[in-house]
Design a protein around this ligand. Structure first.
Ligand code: ATP
Ligand code: MG
Length: 303
């Protein structure tokens, strides 16, 4: 059986179409950033509020290109053992105990630090991947600390690492790398320079409506529109100032699903109030929503 290698979209508008075919709705700006990053072989740094579709883009990209997605989730204290590789100490100890009597110390050492005891973590996996290479998602890089960022800078520059016991590993097919950040802290300038940068906004009304329609196909057209209008207004001035955090796309989708589960055909104040916990996860935000519901619903009523 022959597997055809999917062709890489050749323009930003082809990227929009290809991403849409796997259920991801991108605007032309994002598609252009992706087109350039893939074409130039540069990592793409995506910054934006929670829930704007950063992680999901990496999943869609791996689907479009039929490449495995390798994901490194960053957190405070992440070090190279979790990111790159570590040795399987328990198995090494066992091997040591079993072979102590029959083999020379040199031979044992050679075997202990061989492939069989190496545990590959995402960054090494991405380097050693077979053709055509992988999509590498380095997710929430702002959560890792600065020494790790410095290490990452080197990694993204060379796509090679040195393992003292095994030698240098260089990627035959460099990964297509996406980095995401929620901006909990500012990233180092050097890492920003290494990457192409794209700021991801919440989608405009039409794109969000397309996402809701596609992910909640059993919502009526008018319900999908009312949900989208309501959430779009919530995220805009002056309403957005009332809340600690704007609902993301996942919340709009969840809300539409919840309303369908309640057999709702239209939004009304009581329905909004009783389902507010799908949109907001902070008590203060739910309290702040209450007096604004009528105003937020006005355009939906007029529609
Ligand atoms: N452009 C899009 N097209 C289709 N679905 C989308 C899109 N953007 C977001 N989604 C939906 O919204 C959900 C949340 O998106 P995602 O997890 O990618 O956000 P994020 O920006 O990574 O958020 P966080 O910063 O909290 O990790 C996804 O699971 C997906 O269902
Ligand atoms: Mg994410």
């Amino acid at each position: 059986m022959t597997h055809s290698v999917p062709s890489v979209p050749a323009s930003a508008s082809q990227w929009v179409e290809a991403l849409q075919s796997v259920g991801y709705f991108a605007d032309l700006r994002l598609a252009t950033a992706l087109h350039l990053a893939v074409g130039l072989g540069r990592p793409l740094l995506l910054e934006g509020d929670p829930g704007v579709g950063k992680t999901e883009l990496a999943k869609a990209l791996s689907q479009v290109l039929s490449r495995t997605l390798v994901r490194l989730q960053c957190y405070d204290g992440l070090d190279h053992r979790d990111a790159l590789y570590e040795w399987n100490h328990a198995a090494q100890m066992l091997h040591l105990r079993l072979s102590e009597k029959q083999q020379s110390a040199q031979q044992i050492e050679r075997e202990l630090y061989s492939e069989s005891y190496l545990i590959e973590r995402p960054l090494l996996k991405a380097l050693r991947a077979q053709s055509p290479g992988v999509v590498l998602l380095i997710d929430e890089v702002d959560r890792a600390d600065e020494p790790f960022e410095a290490f990452l800078l080197e990694y993204l520059g060379e796509y090679q690492v040195s393992i003292p016991e095994l030698g240098t590993v260089k990627a035959a097919r460099p990964p297509i790398s996406l980095l995401t950040s929620n901006r909990t802290r500012d990233l180092n300038d050097a890492i920003k320079r290494r990457c192409l940068f794209h700021w991801m906004d919440f989608p405009d009304r039409d794109r969000e409506l397309a996402i809701v329609r596609s992910q909640v196909p059993n919502a009526s057209e008018s319900l999908a529109q009312q949900v989208t209008d309501f959430v779009t207004r919530l995220r805009s001035q002056p309403f957005t100032n009332a809340f600690s955090r704007s609902p993301g796309i996942a919340e709009s989708v969840d809300w539409a699903k919840a309303l369908v589960a309640l057999n709702a055909l239209h939004l009304d104040p009581e329905l909004v109030e009783s389902t507010a916990g799908v949109l907001f996860k902070q008590r203060d935000d739910i309290v702040a929503l209450q007096p604004l519901i009528d105003e937020l619903l006005t355009p939906a009523k007029a529609a």
